[in-house]
Ligand binder design. Structure first.
Ligand SMILES: [Zn+2]
Length: 141
């Protein structure tokens, strides 16, 4: 093997190594981008992963309507927390996925809710009970 062939081979090897390093960096950048896209896609598919804001208002309104119509009952905090079981949330009517925390209520009747929905349900139940108490007092006196 001549010295020219050896030099040419070494140069090709150096170029291959440099190209491999560049491709490896590109790959790492793409993996990082994919993670960001997967995260935002999950939040888009499941609004309960979104940051608090407008969706909380929609849940709050659904709870108020449910309490007024009797579709929902007032809760007092005695639910069990567990991983979601792919059953419908009593508040928002979407599935509670295994990636979500599910609150399971047995009394006065069985119900399930996303932890986020349950927090609003609990909050609105307190307001609902207080308004009933005030209404009862005003009717007496
Ligand atoms: Zn829900």
């Amino acid at each position: 093997m001549s010295q020219a062939t050896l030099l040419s081979g070494a140069r090709e090897l150096g170029q291959l190594i440099a190209r491999s390093k560049a491709l490896c960096l590109d790959c790492r950048r793409l993996v990082a981008q994919s993670r960001v896209l997967i995260g935002s896609s999950r939040r888009h598919l499941n609004p309960h992963w979104a940051l608090a804001g407008a969706s909380d208002d929609a849940v709050r309104e659904a709870v108020r309507d449910g309490l007024e119509s009797g579709e929902l009952f007032p809760v007092d905090g005695n639910g069990f927390g567990a991983r979601g079981t792919r059953r419908l949330c009593s508040v928002c009517d979407t599935l509670v996925l295994p990636t979500d925390m599910e609150i399971w209520i047995t009394e006065p009747r069985p119900a399930r809710a996303h932890a986020v929905c349950y927090a609003v349900w609990l909050d609105e139940s307190k307001v609902w009970r207080e308004s009933r108490t005030k209404l009862a007092r005003s009717q007496k006196g």
